[in-house]
Design a protein around this ligand. Structure first.
Ligand code: SF4
Ligand code: SF4
Length: 366
């Protein structure tokens, strides 16, 4: 299988509403992706408020034969569903996707709390039942926690076939994400890795100026995103690298270097190491948007953080980001209205202290 997968979590929108996906644009992107021989798609029950799965049905399932693509979707345990709740979510995913089997079905965003709940409601056993019944083909989980927990999960659940990890060159040796160590655990247990966030929520496609200069000085023709995707794809135990593509030009860029994929050379690894020394983001939000649906004040948390990160690394253009913030507040709840309910913190895979960070961002952006 080619190593590039289509992540369906940041699809192009027709308006500020995350559910308002521009299906015609997605169809163009899908057609180009398929024309280049790529087949792997990744969605989740929660992406785009449930409409990512629907978009996949409309743009792929209704337009391509079933044996020309594979689909991954994920069972969320954030809302602490019991057995009946998990069954309801699975059936809803099947209906939204419009398929009669799912190629890869993952438990979503496993970490300490979600794993405890998975054990309590026998979620792994439920997945095995679905597999035995032919409703899903392969079992796995996406993971956001420590290598120690990953080791424990791999030991307690040898039936798992794959693991999806947050892995990119910035998080490779990061003290909290510890992507390198997690990758080593998966490899030790013989489980292929599917990479999520290879561009760290898009931020490595547009890194700070000094880092961008290092990459461009070495190869002016290579996009910054290509360095990040190739870093992940160069790892031998990586099966697929997911790219959450939002526009046709991103598909064009990705296929331009993944069609005839060449792993990074030793010299290129050194260039990435130098660039990494020059990259620091004020808030390491990956724009996964898990936090947005449940916010009672409708605060567009990832957009606020993205503007804040841009402002912090590009102070010379701070007025531009302040203007954009004013625009954003026309469609988003004001961060100052945050009531500190911590719903967002409980779901954030990056474990960000969101209310505190929103207050900091808002103070600088006004
Ligand atoms: S803590 Fe604030 S930002 Fe988070 S969900 Fe509650 S109101 Fe929204
Ligand atoms: S704040 Fe956390 S949950 Fe929300 S978009 Fe960023 S990384 Fe995702």
């Amino acid at each position: 299988m080619k190593k590039l997968g289509f992540g369906l979590m940041r699809l192009p929108l027709k308006s500020g509403d995350g559910k308002d996906i521009d299906l015609e644009k997605v169809k163009e992107m899908v057609d180009l992706f398929m024309a280049h021989g790529y087949t792997y798609y990744d969605t989740a029950y929660v992406y785009h408020g449930g409409f990512s799965e629907v978009a996949f049905r409309e743009c792929v399932v209704k337009r391509y034969p079933r044996d020309s693509y594979t689909i991954t979707t994920k069972l969320p345990l954030f809302g602490k569903p019991d057995r009946a709740g998990m069954e309801k979510i699975f059936e809803e995913s099947m209906t939204r996707l419009g398929v009669d089997y799912i190629d890869y079905y993952w438990l979503h965003a496993m970490g300490k709390d979600n794993y405890a709940h998975a054990q309590k409601v026998h979620a792994f056993e439920y997945l095995q039942e679905l597999k035995a019944a032919g409703k899903i083909r392969h079992i796995g989980f996406s993971f956001h926690d420590s290598p120690e927990l990953l080791e424990q999960m791999m030991t307690e659940h040898p039936e798992v076939e794959y693991v999806q990890l947050q892995l990119n060159y910035l998080d490779w040796e990061d003290g909290w994400v510890r992507a390198h160590k997690c990758y080593d655990v998966a490899t030790k247990f013989g489980k292929p890795v599917i990479v999520m966030e290879p561009i760290k929520g898009g931020s490595l496609a547009n890194p700070p100026k000094q880092a961008e200069k290092i990459l461009k000085d070495y190869n002016p023709d290579a996009s910054c995103a290509s360095w990040a995707i190739r870093f992940a794809a160069s790892l031998p135990n990586v099966m697929v690298v997911l790219s959450g593509m939002s526009a046709l030009w991103q598909v064009e860029d990705n296929v331009s270097y993944m069609d005839d994929f060449k792993p990074l050379t030793d010299e290129e690894y050194e260039v990435i190491a130098k660039a990494t020394e020059n990259i620091k983001f004020a808030i390491p939000c990956t724009a996964c948007r898990y936090c947005t649906d449940g916010c009672p004040m409708s605060i567009n948390i990832p957009e606020v953080f993205a503007l804040y990160n841009n402002l912090k690394r590009d102070l010379g253009r701070r007025w531009q980001y302040k203007d954009k913030y004013k625009e954003l507040l026309k469609t988003s709840g004001n961060p100052d209205s945050c009531i500190g309910c911590e719903q967002c913190m409980n779901i954030c895979p990056q474990h960000l202290e969101i209310p505190k960070l929103l207050a900091e961002a808002s103070a600088d952006l006004v």
